[in-house]
Design a protein around this ligand. Sequence first.
Ligand code: 2BA
Length: 109
Amino acid sequence: MKLVFAIVHDEDGPKVMDELNKNGFSVTKLCSTGGFLRAGNTTLLVGVTEEKLDDVIKIIKQKSRSRKQPISSAMVPNTMAGMFMPYPVEVVVGGATIFVLNVEKFEKV
Ligand code: 2BA
């Protein structure tokens, strides 16, 4: 058994959840916040057997897209940007950040 943590854009969350549910996967949605942009995002938890893990990852990939997000250059660490007037730069957010963990035990009581 595996536990998938998928961090997706808030706008993609419902599409990913719908498609997972349609394909018979249970999902838990957590409201989360990215540490860099300090903006809301969605973390999905999916418990899945090892055989079906690739199906879950495929759905998450299909339904989440990457976006360019404008930020101030002052937010970017380790650059010379802080020495000048801040100017707009872009970061690419997503499609999805996926972590897969081994589950030691899974029970529904
Ligand atoms: P945030 O931390 O708000 O990051 C949003 C986007 O900003 C990132 O997109 C990345 O393009 C950029 N970014 C993040 N940290 C940066 C830094 N120190 N310097 C320059 N640019 C930086 P993604 O990589 O697609 O990440 C989207 C969200 O997924 C993140 O939101 C965070 O909530 C989560 N995430 C990504 N990698 C993670 C990790 N290794 N551990 C935990 N959460 C992660």
